[in-house]
Ligand binder design. Structure first.
Ligand code: PMT
Length: 312
């Protein structure tokens, strides 16, 4: 009998751009694997659950994509090649720093008829230049690949394809699963084709449990990789217990627990034999430090240890 996760793939079609993304993923992973590079897959942003095939309404999982986008930048700084798998229109590395009107406010328009030019305001150059330099360096060296998803089904198809490509990297592959993934969904064969009509009265929508893909991911898809997952809770008192439950169940290397309200300044690292907190001090916050800087530095150390000891 097919397991719950196999049934999911058997009953949900891949996204329309799946083949193109699979080719990009394969080319990227093969190229960096050949050079003995460490590669990290960063997942980021929330997945949606459509309520109709021609989707007007959907259920969404909370995430701006800040954690994933910032972490991708720090992994690049540590020399990793990065597959950045993100929710379409969520925050991306580098551009996240100038989101919304911020970027426009950094520019000056010199309107001289046909010779119109645009320049960066002098007081913005110091802010923009280092970010632009890092962006260009990553692009020119082909060190980052962007792939995107919207629905939970798109996410799982891409995640499995990325894992299939990363498997060849053995312990040099690191998975950093920061995306906020739906736990409930409407199976494809139970979804109406067209927009649900309000005239028919309040709809009775029965959500079902999404299979936990961490299970096949850890045991079958990338058995030699260093896998880190995030655990999000809103009740801090259950955070460590839930993180440890996840680790015991899926047997991966590390769960990083965070509470919705404090996620920017406090996380807890839970491994099979320890748990420790990372908390940004007031001074670090005032100096503009980001918690992802510390999270990524710690993970890089753990991954380095793992690579030394893991038999492949
Ligand atoms: O993007 P930001 O605004 O900066 O916020 C960051 C964050 C709070 C979203 C991030 O730090 C975070 O906690 N991400 C994980 C949220 C989440 O999905 O938690 P969870 O408890 O639902 O899932 C735990 C793990 O199980 C996840 O690693 C997920 O990949 C995995 N999972 C979840 C559902 C599912 N069906 N299969 C899975 O494998």
């Amino acid at each position: 009998m097919a397991s719950h996760w196999e049934e999911f793939f058997a009953t949900h079609l891949p996204p329309s751009d799946f083949e193109d993304n699979r080719i990009l993923l394969k080319e990227f992973c093969d190229r960096h694997n050949k050079c003995g590079q460490r590669i990290v897959l960063v997942t980021s942003g929330g997945t949606t659950v459509p309520l109709e095939h021609n989707t007007v309404r959907f259920v969404d999982n909370f995430s701006y994509g800040t954690r994933g986008a910032a972490s991708a930048e720090y992994f690049l700084e540590h020399g990793y090649s990065v597959v950045f798998m993100h929710r379409l229109n969520s925050l991306e590395p580098f551009t996240r720093q100038f989101n919304g009107q911020k970027f426009m406010d950094m520019l000056e328009l010199h309107d001289r008829g046909p010779n119109t030019t645009i320049t960066v305001k002098p007081d913005s150059v110091d802010v923009l230049a280092p970010v632009l330099a890092s962006y260009k360096a990553a692009q020119d060296a082909g060190k980052i690949l962007y792939v995107n998803f919207t629905t939970v089904s798109d996410y799982f198809w891409l995640l499995r394809a990325a894992c299939e490509c990363l498997a060849a990297c053995g312990p040099r592959a690191l998975l950093y699963l920061a995306a906020a993934v739906s736990d409930f969904y409407v199976p494809s064969n139970q979804m109406p084709t067209h927009k649900i009509q309000s005239g028919a009265g309040a709809p009775n929508i029965q959500l079902q449990l999404v299979p936990k893909m961490l299970a096949p991911l850890v045991s079958l898809w990338v058995p030699h990789a260093y896998v880190v997952s995030f655990k999000l809770e809103t009740d801090e008192s259950i955070l460590i217990r839930k993180a440890r439950d996840s680790l015991n169940k899926y047997k991966h290397k590390l769960v990083i627990g965070n509470a919705l309200q404090t996620r920017r300044t406090r996380v807890v690292f839970v491994t099979s034999d320890s748990s420790y907190e990372i908390v940004l001090s007031r001074e670090q916050i005032l100096n503009g430090m980001e918690i992802e800087d510390i999270i990524v530095s710690n993970i890089v150390l753990n991954h380095t240890e793992f690579m030394k000891t893991h038999k492949y």
